[in-house]
Design a protein around this ligand. Structure first.
Ligand SMILES: CC(=O)N[C@H]1[C@@H](OP(=O)(O)OP(=O)(O)OC[C@H]2O[C@@H](n3ccc(=O)[nH]c3=O)[C@H](O)[C@@H]2O)O[C@H](CO)[C@H](O)[C@@H]1O
Ligand SMILES: [Mn+2]
Length: 360
């Protein structure tokens, strides 16, 4: 009898341990890696995307594994005390706020080159904006994630005007056709719709990271692996210094899906450069698309179109990296003292000439 009880106890304990370890294995996604910045796949965060997203991060989508660096790499010893003191280089949710001098390009590029991610860049050149392609692509080849695998997805209504550019090894241009538009507002918002469709149909199988960028820009300096994270957003150059949150140009009409009350807000981010893991970006691009469609049904358009929806999302779903305005400056503005390096700058353009319906 005693022997029988202990046998069944042993059996029960064995089954319990098996279930426990099995559960742990399933929870960690079957991965044995010791470090991952990909969170477990929870339910949709607020504000949520209408339909369920099947490919949530951790379910087969891209994530960085261990931060391995090559042995023998030569670089200055990092200090735990010395660094930039004129700027804040960490957010209050403890994410890096990236400025020149807060990373070592040799170290960070070495780590990411070993992972060798595929990076997609989505740009639109509709109507007269094709004139900006040459400057963007040529300088991108010099400075944008140099040495990495990059595909520029150029969405245009005029394929003939996509210039032939000499591309580095592992770098490509993929041209996608989109309709012309009568209003510039429709182009900027249309980016969310066409990018959503293109990610679903094509880009998803071809990239690990995705950046959305304005085309009216030129690279001037390194834009490297320090920009990569699950979700990276850039501080808008116009509002990072001393603007009070109630004065950010967020959408302030409660009727819009992009509404943010005056007593909320962290930063004001630009919609001209944002990036992250492909699936996280897909979720966000689709969110901007669906929210702007909801607004359209209610006869409202957010004050800064997709930028307003982007800012709403990023307030409640914090970016994992914030990039300083070095990552998008403008030729219209004098360079401020804390901007040690201008990495991309928006070119001066004659709005009345390049936009189909003119206007600022
Ligand atoms: C620096 C910054 O914060 N830029 C944002 C600001 O734009 P900008 O004033 O810089 O807007 P923009 O005229 O550059 O338009 C945004 C982008 O849409 C594309 N485009 C636009 C019009 C057109 O006829 N054809 C065309 O291809 C093109 O890629 C362009 O770069 O406000 C826009 C929405 O209001 C977007 O949020 C931009 O990201
Ligand atoms: Mn622009």
């Amino acid at each position: 009898m005693l022997r029988n009880i202990s046998k069944s106890h042993i059996l029960a304990a064995f089954v319990f341990l098996l279930a426990l370890f099995g559960g742990i294995y399933v929870y960690t996604g079957g991965s044995t890696s010791t470090f991952s910045i990909c969170p477990p796949c929870y339910e949709e965060p607020e504000p949520f995307v209408n339909k369920a997203v099947t490919n949530c991060p951790g379910n087969g989508s891209w994530r960085i594994g261990v931060m391995k660096m090559q042995a023998g790499l030569q670089y200055p010893q990092p200090s735990s005390l010395k660094g930039r003191t004129d700027v804040n280089s960490v957010t209050n949710w403890n994410a890096p706020l990236v400025w020149e001098g807060t990373f070592d390009p040799v170290v960070i590029d070495n780590i990411y080159r070993r992972i060798n991610p595929r990076i997609a860049v989505v740009v639109f050149a509709v109507g007269k904006y094709t004139r900006f392609l040459k400057g963007f692509l040529e300088t991108g080849e010099k400075y944008f994630l140099y040495g990495f695998r990059v595909t520029y997805y150029v969405f245009t209504d005029n394929e003939q005007e996509v210039p032939k550019i000499a591309l580095g090894e592992g770098r490509k241009i993929s041209v996608l056709t989109v309709p012309s538009a009568k209003r510039w507002q429709d182009v900027v918002l249309g980016r969310m719709k066409w990018a959503t469709i293109a990610i679903e149909k094509q880009i998803r199988g071809e990239a690990d990271y995705l950046f959305m960028m304005d085309i009216d820009s030129v690279f001037h300096n390194r834009f490297g692996a320090e920009s990569l994270s699950q979700l990276s957003a850039v501080l808008h150059r116009g509002y990072y210094q001393s603007t009070k949150r109630e004065d950010f140009p967020y959408e302030r009409r409660p009727e819009s899906k992009a509404y943010i009350p005056p007593d909320e807000g962290d930063y004001y981010y630009t919609a001209a450069v944002w990036g992250g893991y492909l699936e996280d970006m897909y979720k966000l691009v689709r969110y901007c698309y669906e929210q702007s469609e909801e607004d359209a049904k209610n006869n409202i358009e957010a004050v800064w179109q997709e930028e307003s929806h982007l800012n709403k999302y990023l307030l409640y779903n914090k970016p994992t990296k914030v990039l300083s305005s070095e990552y998008l400056w403008s030729d219209y503005d004098a360079i401020k003292p804390e901007i040690k390096v201008v990495r991309i700058s928006q070119v001066v353009k004659d709005y009345a000439k390049v936009r189909p319906n003119g206007g600022m």
